[in-house]
Design a binder for this molecule. Structure first.
Ligand SMILES: C[S@@+](CC[C@H](N)C(=O)[O-])C[C@H]1O[C@@H](n2cnc3c(N)ncnc32)[C@H](O)[C@@H]1O
Length: 224
């Protein structure tokens, strides 16, 4: 996997040009809409930090930490952060399956375009780590590919179908409700975007408590 990103780090952001040009319908915008001010955010497997930068530019009060294992992707990310002059992002080389952060330290944890390319054992470790460092009422926000039914989008999506590893074909067939429940996480909301969906997960125990107390989703109104 690291070799793939060594070769493609310089071209990785082409994905946004190909698939997410319509910003209003892009998962980048959907993620941004889910963030409120003053939050501590972790962008796990940040890659070239596109999500982290987008959020840091607009929500200037948030603090964002991005971690990734690939030096090549992190190099591109660091150059982008410097060029944008952003002070509220820090980037670290770290394994998402073995994080050096304290329990319950982040309000939101992002995992964007990652799970489908890893084997099940590794995704399990990453989700357990994300749950450990998530604050009790926090959210894990997943972005994943969602093949379109429209012919033109299907054709444009062919390169992803061909280039992604076998784990991708297994992942898109999964019953995601059941899959995330295995890790004590409950799907709270889903937003369908161009080529992708953005899934908001909460800790099952916290969600049960909130429903028992007649709680409501304070972000609901912002999520259209
Ligand atoms: C497809 S890129 C996604 C980048 C970014 N999140 C986005 O939305 O564009 C996947 C990234 O996951 C990183 N990655 C894979 N396994 C990892 C691990 N165990 N720990 C940290 N990063 C990892 C890869 O190096 C790569 O940069």
């Amino acid at each position: 996997m690291n070799i793939f990103y060594k070769l493609f780090a310089q071209f990785y952001d082409f994905i946004d040009v190909l698939y997410f040009q319509d910003y209003a319908k892009s998962p980048r915008k959907a993620l941004l809409d889910r963030i409120s001010g003053n939050e501590k955010i972790l962008d796990l497997c940040t890659g070239t930090a596109t999500n982290a930068i987008e959020i840091a530019k607009v929500k200037t009060n948030v603090q964002i930490v991005g971690v990734d294992l690939s030096d090549d992707m992190l190099r591109v990310a660091k150059n982008k952060v410097i060029r944008a002059g952003l002070k509220n992002i820090s980037l670290y080389r770290m394994d998402a399956a073995d994080l050096r952060f304290r329990n319950e330290s982040f309000d939101k944890i992002l995992l964007s375009l990652v799970l489908h390319e890893l084997d099940e054992a590794l995704t399990g470790k990453i989700l357990n780590e994300a749950k450990r460092i998530l604050k009790p009422h926090g959210e894990i926000i997943i972005t994943e590919w969602e093949p379109s039914r429209r012919l033109l989008q299907k054709l444009l999506f062919l390169p992803v179908h061909c280039l992604e590893p076998k784990t991708y074909r297994d992942f898109i067939k999964k019953d995601l409700n059941r899959y995330f429940e295995n890790y004590g996480l409950k799907i709270h909301r889903v937003k369908h975007c161009n080529y992708t969906k953005v899934i908001v997960l909460k800790n099952i125990n916290m969600q049960r408590n909130s429903l028992r107390n007649g709680g409501y989703d304070e972000f609901y109104m912002h999520w259209r």
